[in-house]
Write a protein that binds this ligand. Structure first.
Ligand code: AVI
Length: 319
């Protein structure tokens, strides 16, 4: 099976399990087809979605400091998991490029489309940077990272992408990263912080309804790829942020009772009025929780960077 076929098979198995469960669930990792990628790009530009600007501010403020930390006599390999459009990374790449630092850049993303566009873009902007993009899911690509052992590597995971994992999964992810790291390597990771609950609530329930379309894309994909008949407009996006746990949870809420057929899976699903499909968590953190996650995974935090608004932090970790 090709990578694509394996991913499609996993998606189908997941839909079967998630829509047969009580309460129902679907994973946000399946939102990202070409349309999902575009909607996420749009989310990143929304005034309410502060995360992008905050992390941009951090990278912009501390790029010279980061360059000094990462630079090593034999150069280094910069590996980014979930690169997307690379907006924030480009700041760091420019700094490294302008200062003639010896490094290679390996952006990895679940979306082939994002990798192709980013590689093209970088070729125009920084023709001399050695870019080796790769499509793949985090967990699958991690295994290959161990091969990067000839010189120091820096692993970037920006955008608080880790927040889409529950704590146990996050520890598992960090542990897998730790397993491929050596003492000279760095992990630079973004963690969105706990803050005024309303600011978070608004970031995930924007006034233009882009997040609703993003969430609904799961249903559009199932309709298209598994010959289903979800009445997508009858499913509303619902966001609930719990300031105690720091977890923002996204749901699709059936505003009318309905029967859905998923032909490809030979599956019939009924929805009661106001029944939910839980689709995503976006975890918010504080230092204690990040320290706990890092310690559980066997990582040490060597530096912490914060934006001007104190909304977001990037942690530099080492083994
Ligand atoms: C990709 N990820 C970190 C985003 C987040 O903030 O959880 C996805 C997202 N979901 C709704 N808006 C953005």
């Amino acid at each position: 099976m090709t990578k694509k076929e394996v991913f499609q098979h996993e998606f189908e198995q997941h839909v079967k399990a998630g829509l047969s469960a009580f309460p129902k669930f679907l994973s946000s990792k399946y939102i990202y087809d070409d349309k999902g990628d575009k909607l996420f790009q749009q989310i990143m530009g929304l005034p309410e979605y502060y995360l992008t600007e905050s992390e941009y501010n951090i990278v912009d403020t501390y790029k010279a400091d980061l360059r000094k930390q990462f630079t090593s006599p034999n150069g280094f390999d910069l590996i980014e998991l979930g690169a997307g459009d690379g907006k924030k990374t480009k700041l760091l790449l420019k700094e490294l490029y302008d200062q003639k630092v010896n490094f290679t850049y390996k952006p990895i993303d679940i979306s082939q489309n994002s990798i192709d566009e980013l590689s093209q873009d970088l070729l125009q902007l920084f023709p001399e940077i050695d870019v080796q993009g790769e499509q793949g899911t985090y967990f699958k690509v991690l295994e290959q990272l161990a091969q990067y052992n000839k010189r120091p590597k820096v692993i970037l995971v920006l955008g608080s992408n880790i927040g889409n994992l529950a704590h146990r999964e996050a520890i598992d992810f960090l542990s897998k990263l730790r397993d491929v790291m050596r003492p000279e390597d760095f992990l630079f990771m973004g963690f969105d912080q706990k803050k005024d609950p309303l600011t978070i609530q608004n970031a995930y329930a924007d006034s233009q309804g882009v997040t609703q379309e993003f969430n609904r894309n799961l249903l559009h994909r199932i309709n298209k790829e598994m010959q289903a008949n979800f009445p997508v407009d009858q499913f509303e996006h619902w966001e609930a942020y719990d300031p105690e746990t720091g977890t923002a949870k996204s749901y699709l809420l059936a505003t009318k009772a309905c029967q859905v057929q998923v032909q490809k899976l030979d599956l019939n699903v009924s929805f009661k009025k106001w029944e939910t499909i839980h689709t995503e968590i976006s975890q918010k953190y504080d230092d204690e929780v990040v320290e706990w996650l890092a310690a559980e995974a066997g990582l040490e935090i060597s530096a912490v960077y914060e934006d001007e608004k104190k909304y977001f932090k990037n942690y530099l970790m080492q083994v």
